[in-house]
Design a protein around this ligand. Sequence first.
Ligand code: BG6
Length: 491
Amino acid sequence: MAKIPPGVGPRFPQVVVLFGATGDLARRKLLPGLFHLASAGFIPGCRIVGVSLDDLDLDGFRASARKALDEFSARKVSDADWATFAACLDYVPLAAGAPALKAAVDRAEQSLMQSFGGECRRLHYLSVPPSAALPAVRLLHEAGVVERSRIVMEKPFGTDKASSVSLNAKLHEVFAEEQIFRIDHFLGKEPAQNILAFRFANGLFEPIWNRNFIDHVQIDVPETLGLGKRSAFYEQTGAYRDMVVTHLFQILAFMAMEPPTALEPAPISEEKNKVFRSMLPVQPGDVVRGQYTGYRDEDGVDPESETETFIALKCFIDNWRWAGVPFFLRTGKRLAEGQRIISIAFREPPKSMFPAGSGVGAQGPDHLTFDLADASKMSLSFYGKRPGPGMRLDKLSLQFAMHDTGLIGDVLEAYERLILDAMRGDRTLFTTAEGIERLWEVSTHLLEAPPPVRLYPPGSWGPKSIHQLIAPHAWRLPFERAWRGPNPHGS
Ligand code: BG6
């Protein structure tokens, strides 16, 4: 395992109060993530107090956590690491109320102080449905554990402008804005941060990163998975609220923002918020809403449901850099492939001197493409001459794959990265109240007058009208050429 450089972990030992500790997200990501952070030595000292509706004792919670690690940890769980982690766990059923929570946090802090001395910090993680978030905040208040703490809030942050303003106001009655970490796990993905490195550490691309050179941008996140046990949540949410207002718009901001004055939380948030302020309201006529056939028959779904399981839209950022450049966003469930890409299409040359039939332009414009998978990739495609007589052109590409660096084992999973940042008090990759409220504001027309949902067959790329939406351009996915595999000779 790579040696952990000094300064990447939090300064103080941490008591994590994990609401929703037996839920889906905790099992898939948060417990495995905390296990990795603790066992790899990122956190100097850590105690985890699980809280949930389940009537479990500590052994029951430990068994549930162990099962989650066996099922979902990407790394092997050794007996020794598990024993150390299990000793850090505690559990409070929600029904036991504020006094029991307070007692568990006190116990955890005392044991940390015995081992490490000095102060501790608290990290409250609310991995609960929206309706349970404010009751959890009130419980924390009642238990008197708000001091020295930070709180991580899961999306959705409201369902429209009014509800997000009211949610933020109620949160601020208990927590100061500096204590609140609204998590958007897409920003914790290594390749999302690499967009900042790519744009601002290189002289090559930033000069052409604007409307004079870029024709349009696509942010495309099709998923093959259906809804499984999440349909009740999803019925109320839909693809726009679940994926666009949170993840896709956040990625868009990284892609479109001006260079920040410093690579620090406040300047970065300010630039992201400026992008959101410049966004034109999303117009219902620029949106395709879809629903896969069979969704209405699923458990927990209204047989006449109008919830969209797919959305594609066109939006604009009306500033000097981007005026007139369309941004096409698409995401949905049960689609043909699971992908997460940003694709930037450059303008074509003003005139072509190549003979008809030479192939120039036949495979679309030059593209710069980012793959946002953990094992991220990037590609720059361009036309080049096919070897041999005459002048025939083919689309070629330069590709970078994280695999080839030999450092793929050092990638922190998005939640791991963000939990660590929240413990350190680093807000760079978190969203702000102002940003979220503005995103709901630009969504108002669409939420008030959504176009009807159109059915699409599972395993397709969405309703047919997606092609009209993007015409005269074309969706980048499915790719005409596959990514190259990892380089077997990579260092
Ligand atoms: C979640 C959404 O936030 O992100 C899910 O609620 C979606 O519907 C998921 O499937 C996608 O995340 P990832 O990291 O698997 O791409």
